[in-house]
Write a protein of this length. Structure first.
Length: 248
């Protein structure tokens, strides 16, 4: 018992215990990285705590949150530090601003209410960028993680919608590849025009777009003459029925 008390009260106790645990992990063939990552994942922040790491204190690292995941972006201090172009992200979770471009007070929020599947997909991809490029240091307790560090229903729902968005985009890409898109160009002096090297330009609805963005959109595709009687094809206003180039 005396030896145990001495070990616990020793100034090197933490190091000794950590090294002992690593030895156990190696003996059990459990990757050391798994243990280290699991320790790191248990670091939980409140919004007030995260706000301290906004780059104003040189003694502290610079942290930012996205979808509740917190990253150390200190190596990007020129961007995320005071005066940097991305400093508005430091010390908070401003997930919405990654797609909205609104860097004002109300825009710097972690609320993603009303965003489309493609926008949610983009935010999830931004989170992956930070996992690859910076050091993950913990989780922000609140909208996306509970006080035990478990993902909330909100986070799971966003990830599911983002995954669905990725599937729909891939489906749309495959469908549109079957019908070649028009060439296009625009200049301030001459305006815009679309043309087909082979076939005739027509506007056609993008069927997946409503599910992706909640809006109806069209694209310009090239159709052969024997395809022009298909329903849903729209001739550009002021363009001849069999013109290969149309002003837009």
């Amino acid at each position: 018992m005396a030896k145990l008390i001495k070990l616990i009260t020793s100034p090197f106790a933490g190091v000794t215990i950590f090294v002992s645990l690593i030895a156990v992990f190696l003996a059990l063939r459990i990757p050391v990285k798994t243990y280290i990552d699991s320790r790191r994942e248990q670091r939980l922040f409140t919004a007030e705590e995260l706000a301290l790491y906004n780059g104003t204190d040189d003694a502290l690292p610079i942290l930012l949150g996205i979808l509740g995941s917190v990253f150390d972006v200190t190596k990007g201090k020129s961007h995320y530090g005071v005066g940097g172009g991305y400093n508005h992200f430091a010390g908070r979770d401003a997930s919405r601003a990654f797609v909205s471009g609104n860097f004002t007070g109300e825009g710097l929020t972690d609320s993603l209410h009303g965003l489309s599947k493609t926008e949610l997909k983009s935010i999830v991809e931004w989170r992956e960028f930070y996992f690859k490029s910076y050091t993950f240091v913990g989780k922000l307790v609140g909208r996306y993680y509970d006080n035990q560090g478990n993902p909330t229903k909100t986070l799971k729902g966003i990830e599911a919608k983002a995954a669905r968005g990725a599937q729909l985009l891939e489906k749309q890409k495959n469908e549109e590849a079957k019908q070649p898109s028009c060439n296009s160009r625009w200049s301030q002096a001459e305006g815009g025009e679309v043309w087909c090297d082979s076939g005739f330009p027509r506007l056609v609805q993008r069927p997946q777009e409503i599910a992706l963005t909640g809006k109806i959109s069209k694209r310009c595709a090239c159709f052969k003459e024997d395809q022009l009687n298909q329903p849903g094809l729209e001739v550009y206003e002021g363009c001849d029925h069999l013109a290969k180039t149309c002003r837009v």
